[in-house]
Design a binder for this molecule. Structure first.
Ligand SMILES: [Zn+2]
Length: 74
């Protein structure tokens, strides 16, 4: 079994994983292989600023290798 790298400063509840779970629940294993995924920052209206909707790369320690293994472009 491969070693799992420690998580970065993300909170560990990445949207990428939640999307994969939803795709798996809807389409089974075939729903989580291949394709393209793009993530954006989500902020409340009260937070101010203009970060909401800004594209963000998957976290380097967990999602990047996971998406790579599943053949998902980002
Ligand atoms: Zn992640």
């Amino acid at each position: 079994m491969e070693k799992i790298a420690p998580l970065s400063n993300r909170h560990g509840a990445c949207g990428e994983v939640h999307c994969l779970i939803q795709a798996f629940n809807q389409e089974g294993v075939s729903g989580i292989y291949g394709g393209t995924m793009r993530s954006v920052q989500v902020r409340s209206q009260q937070s101010g600023g203009d970060a909401h909707g800004t594209p963000i790369d998957p976290c380097p320690d967990y999602c990047t290798p996971l998406l790579g293994r599943l053949g998902i472009n980002f």
